[in-house]
Design a protein around this ligand. Structure first.
Ligand code: OAK
Length: 837
């Protein structure tokens, strides 16, 4: 390709092609140049925001150079690519990560100091890219980091929401949602106004026979909305590979507004069309593990799937390979069922637009897709009403019916005796109105289905997908236990611990191969190492205590046991169990004599997390936590023995401060409900222990770190069904200690009891679906054990160090290798030698 360009031009390009800064002076020159020209500021009005801008642009330039090279290299080599379709990418901040991957943070720190700024302040200027709700979105972000680090040719595809997850404020103890308009200044995205796709909605399907007698379907007369690509570079660590995250933004297909309407005086109508189009990518739905079946959400899903598939197919067609090669060039991973419409959409492209027959198209589709399930909660399983799909996507509904017909015929042939089977596995639920079961469509249209932790992957095979295991055999179903990127969740969040580990292990190789941490076990008895490990934990607690004081105005003693539960607010995650436990402790302390109190272990109970705006019960739990906080923290009898904190607006960048500061973190879901959990891994990796149920990845964490180094409690998943049954048909006695907690809530100790009656009644009157009462005793007994264990500081330290050393399995690098080998069948494409790391 290079040879086609005349030598003099090539020479000129080479001579002037963008150079990477490599010294402190060059860095400073770049920052000042960007501030003065790109941002049009000067020495006299350069605040921290502008300094953040200049710094980011300087590093962005470096990323862009590698990004271009990576994309060029991938275009020439044309390997099999991975496409990760996720409606959510919870990326957090980019600058610190860019500095780590470019490897010039120290240089930048000195440079910024010359210019009068402190690195921490500059990093702190960046807003989180918060295009996600919780675990599913953050997992997608960790996966992008690992894909780039391991040199996989991979793209992420999502929507460019103008508003990410809302900002949470607590007003009088209640959650208030503030819109998150995050795009004022975002140096990390590149609009590609030349990369657009027209997406159709509504309309109808015309069918006819062509000359050869073949049925042709034409989807026509719909409304068109245009998708515009916005790209963000995703750098890998210790490699020059820089992948792409492509976000689609919606706009009216006829430009700014409709000129025909505008000229004929229909000003409002012309603008309304434009606004309606832009609404599609306007806002992230703020629900975690909950689906509400709104038309706009379905529009988002189709808009994103159709634009991404068009892009993927366009790229494939450039290679001029036969269609049968498509699955050898393309692997598409569906992050939960949100992108399931990609299945009928690819069929539509292959059959209606490219003229393939059904069987060939179906074969390609099945080989191309993999589907990851992230939940078994019934309220989170997506179903879309048939009339809605009929209205919005008439051709897709026909294709879904065709898939179902073929599938059911196959099932009937295979299981002629099981007459109920067809109704159970049909993609169409025969309800009023009929519903499309997206998880079934995803299973049928993919070659592999995976859960995200061993227990979860077993559970989906025996519950929601039981019949499909019979139909397809067990090999279609597999497990890939989740992981986290050690770059962000160890090195960036806890630089001192990372440095200490590097000093013992002889370098930072563990950030690329986390299993190397096992060598730390050689140092569990090393006095200096232990001392420093402990000091780092303490310093991280001091850092969090300072933040709590600044943000929440609550003074907390960093010597207390920091007990942290931060995650989305959800009944199944059981923050209510935690706060009832806190109340129990408060009552116990109040009962004691001052002398007895002195023997108690001081504790700081820290909560954080957002509730979906329409999830009333979750909001009630937030309110109760804040009320308890108010009363307990002001109680002179209690002092430092118990402080309760609700941290406002929990997000990725706050997690980076919170996670390294835990002594204990809580992962206490009703057994069988938390698919995996990933913050559990982050906390242990940072030298905190877990109190948890036998659920999700807690089980594998126990296997790895050893059961002496984790505090498990509560009923097992296999007993949950019987217990629930017992609540309704056997006698159901509330745990006596929990009863006492409820009495205190009811007598108004924490404010108007009426506020909390629904929460208490969900347990007392409505069957305690989440088994709070069943697990209460074992929970508080385990908390007591923790108090005692924590007093033995030496043993505690040994536990935490040992646990860190055994966390190597939970790197998202290991996950990506598993996906690549077991599901995608694709290879890394390392950068060419001359550009190599
Ligand atoms: C969100 C929306 C719909 C369905 C699932 C989710 C979700 O966030 N699930 C979470 O995924 C994480 C990553 O796999 C798991 O660690 C969590 O356990 C699971 O709740």
């Amino acid at each position: 390709v290079e040879a086609s360009i005349p030598e003099p031009q090539r020479a000129a390009w080479k001579k002037f092609s963008a150079k990477e800064f490599s010294s402190k002076e060059d860095f400073e020159a770049e920052v000042v140049r960007h501030i003065e020209t790109t941002l049009a500021r000067s020495l006299f009005n350069c605040d921290e925001a502008a300094a953040y801008g200049g710094t980011s642009l300087a590093f962005r330039d470096r990323l862009v150079i590698e990004w271009n090279k990576t994309q060029q290299n991938q275009t020439f080599a044309d390997p099999k690519r991975v496409y990760y379709l996720s409606l959510e990418f919870l990326m957090g901040r980019a600058l610190d990560n860019a500095m780590l991957n470019v490897g010039m943070k120290d240089v930048a720190k000195d440079g910024l100091s010359d210019l009068g700024f402190r690195m921490e302040d500059i990093i702190g200027q960046e807003r989180d890219a918060a295009l996600g709700n919780g675990g599913l979105g953050r997992l997608a972000a960790c996966f992008l980091d690992s894909l780039a680090t391991l040199n996989y040719p991979a793209w992420g595809y999502a929507l460019r929401y103008r508003y990410g997850i809302f900002k949470q404020e607590i007003v009088d103890g209640y959650q208030v949602e503030i819109p998150d308009y995050w795009l004022d200044f975002n140096p990390w995205e590149f609009p590609r106004h030349d990369v657009t796709v027209d997406i159709q909605f509504y309309g109808g399907v015309r069918k006819y026979m062509d000359e050869s007698g073949k049925q042709i379907s034409v989807w026509e007369n719909g409304e068109i909305v245009t998708a515009v690509a916005y790209d963000a570079p995703v750098p890998g660590y210790g490699t020059k590979t820089t992948n792409n995250l492509r976000l689609w933004s919606s706009k009216a297909s006829h430009g700014e507004f409709d000129f025909t309407k505008f000229n004929s005086g229909e000003y409002e109508a012309s603008v309304a069309d434009q606004q309606r189009a832009e609404t599609i990518s306007a806002v992230l739905y703020p629900n975690d593990n909950l689906e509400r079946g709104k038309e706009l959400r379905l529009k988002q899903q189709y808009f994103w799937c159709a634009a991404s598939l068009f892009d993927i197919v366009r790229r494939f067609k450039k290679s001029k390979k036969a269609w049968s090669e498509f699955p050898n060039q393309v692997a598409i991973q569906l992050n939960d069922t949100h992108p399931t419409l990609a299945i009928p959409e690819l069929l539509r492209i292959l059959i209606d637009l490219e003229g393939l027959n059904w069987d060939d198209a179906w074969d390609i589709v099945q080989k191309t897709f993999g589907y990851t399930n992230h939940t078994v909660l019934p309220e989170a399983l997506e179903k879309w009403s048939v009339p809605l799909i009929q209205h919005l996507l008439p051709r897709h509904l026909q294709i879904i019916y065709d898939i179902n017909l073929q599938f059911l015929q196959y099932v009937e042939r295979s299981f002629p005796k099981d007459r109920d089977m067809l109704g159970r596995v049909s993609i169409i639920e025969e309800s009023q109105p009929k519903m499309v079961r997206m998880a079934y469509l995803a299973v049928i249209g993919s070659h592999k289905v995976n859960g995200v932790a061993e227990l979860h992957s077993d559970l989906i095979k025996t519950t929601i997908f039981k019949d499909f295991v019979k139909i397809y055999g067990p090999d279609k179903f597999t497990n890939v236990t989740n992981g986290i990127t050690p770059r962000r969740w160890l090195h960036q969040a806890n630089p001192r611990l990372s440095e200490l580990i590097a000093s013992k292990l002889g370098g930072y190789d563990f950030l690329k191969d986390l299993t190397l941490l096992h060598k730390l076990e050689n140092f569990v008895d090393d006095k200096d190492f232990r001392k420093e490990f402990q000091e780092i934990k303490y310093a991280n607690k001091v850092r969090l205590a300072k933040y709590i004081k600044e943000a929440q105005g609550i003074p907390v003693n960093p010597s207390g046991l920091f007990d942290i539960q931060v995650k989305r607010m959800h009944e199944y995650k059981r923050q209510q169990l935690n706060i009832f436990g806190v109340i129990h402790r408060y009552l116990e302390l109040k009962d004691m004599s001052p002398e007895d109190r002195k023997k108690m272990q001081p504790r700081v109970s820290i909560f954080g997390g957002k509730a979906a705006p329409g999830y009333w019960m979750a909001k009630t739990v937030i309110h109760l936590i804040n009320q308890v906080s108010k009363i307990v923290n002001a109680d002179k009898d209690i002092g430092d023995l118990l402080k309760v904190v609700f941290l406002e607006d929990y997000n990725v960048s706050k997690a980076e401060i919170i996670v390294p500061a835990s002594d204990i973190s809580e992962h206490i879901s009703t057994a069988g409900t938390e698919a995996s959990g990933t913050s559990n891994m982050k906390f242990v990796l940072n030298g905190g222990l877990i109190i948890g149920t036998c659920d999700g990845a807690n089980i594998e964490i126990t296997r790895e770190v050893g059961d002496d180094n984790i505090f498990l409690f509560g009923n097992l998943a296999e007993d949950v069904e019987d217990l629930r049954h017992g609540h309704f048909y056997g006698g159901f006695e509330i745990d006596p200690q929990l009863k006492r907690v409820f009495e205190t809530v009811r007598n108004g100790t924490f404010g108007d009891a009426g506020q909390f009656s629904a929460l208490v009644n969900s347990i007392v009157e409505h069957g305690d679906y989440y088994l709070v009462s069943d697990d209460f005793k074992s929970y508080i007994d385990t908390q007591k054990l923790i108090n005692e264990a924590y007093k033995q500081q030496d043993e505690w330290l040994t536990k935490t160090i040992t646990a860190v050393a055994r966390m190597g399995f939970f790197s998202s690098d290991r996950c990506i290798e598993e996906y690549a080998n077991e599901i995608w069948n694709c290879e890394p494409l390392p950068p060419p030698e001359k550009n190599g790391a």
